[in-house]
Design a protein around this ligand. Sequence first.
Ligand code: CMC
Length: 427
Amino acid sequence: MSEQGLTITDDRTGKSYRLPIENGTVRAMDLRQIKTGPDDFGLMTYDPALMNTAATKSAITFIDGNKGILEYRGYPVEQLAENCSFLQVAYLILSGELPNEEQLAAWTYDITHHTFVHENIKTLMQAFRYDAHPMGMFISTVAALSTFYAEANQVSNAEARLAQIKRLIAKVPTIAAYTYRHNRGLRYVYPDNDLSYTGNFLNMMFKMTETKYTPNPALERALDVLFILHADHEQNCSTNAMRAIGSSCADPYSAAAGAAAALYGPLHGGANEEVLKMLTRIDHAENIPQFIERVKNGQGKLMGFGHRVYKNYDPRARIIKRVADDVFKVTGRNRLLDIALELERIALEDEYFISRKLYPNVDFYSGIIYQAMGLPVAMFPVMFAIPRTVGWLAQWQEMITDPEQKIARPRQIFVGHPRRDLPAKKS
Ligand code: CMC
């Protein structure tokens, strides 16, 4: 008998069962033995939105939502954001350890030399309307990448997996920048291999007539920190989508496109876009009390506040506030910051938000920074998707190599019409 267990008595039959407890969980499949008779299917759990179900074991990201702690592979995100580059953190998240000098040089070389996309990708993107939402273009183009790499469906082959991982991480900034240039009617800019991951992204976004684009080092570093903060967040909605799609052995481009689609929604990665729209609508600090009253009366949400896991200040939001200061030194202050700061102050003193443990999340301040950098609001979810690609791929790889995982296939409680026959045909 296992040391820790849960004893359950089924009131329907009077029978008792002892289920082992491991890592603070009972296995849902252990409930299946609890039956009222031989024809009974067995007991299941009902958990809409998977609020209390661990669907996997994972060694990648640790979150303590009550204490506001976020760690990648054991390292606090604050230390990583302070001391590492995004590509170092990407390597850490994917492999489990920080790279040594040689490994980092090889990793950086590989990513840098996979940033180009096939010319047909450009042609594909040109088919979008001039005002297509960048996230729609991003999702479709990431999915289209699978058609360029026939071996991408060899998901059990570690070498083929690594090749797609490198390609995806390298190419998502290129696709993201092309969506922006497409909306602006500007020619697409090819990657510059002399630049860093984020420096090259700024080059592909903003290069105009200059022969060589030189990114502003403060903005390049700020973007690197923002990318580190968004790189992974354990079993969130889009990661769950990545794992679910990948569990059918679909190729990682198709799975990443599905994950990006999940990220697009306003309750997830689309929230940064909604925050900016909200702050713009509020327009002036004096309108905040009225706005808060409307939220409390159920007329809309305070976007960028609240989190399924964090019931404390989101540690990423704390770091982002500091990044904002660095960016505003270069770009000038975004006036929406004053509205955001006042909104946060008022909300954190209000009983409605206190009692529900609603604090600013990562999306509350990120949009203000992106806007100051000159990015249109519709690009914000894409800015979330670029770094999160690393997390999706790490989680996908972990799922593929986990012997306990199978195709994701939840159960349901059927509440529809019981069997009935079609009405007899009129003769
Ligand atoms: N504004 C006002 N009330 C809120 C908010 C909010 N932003 N978030 C939650 N509540 C209320 C909610 O109405 C409920 O109240 P009541 O108990 O009276 O019914 C209570 O707080 C609990 O909320 P919930 O909806 O049960 O919480 P959840 O865990 O299902 O939702 C959430 C989490 C992030 C979807 C939600 O807080 C939300 O919609 N926030 C705004 C959107 C947002 O900022 N999303 C970004 C999340 S962080 C980035 C990412 O990883 O995607």
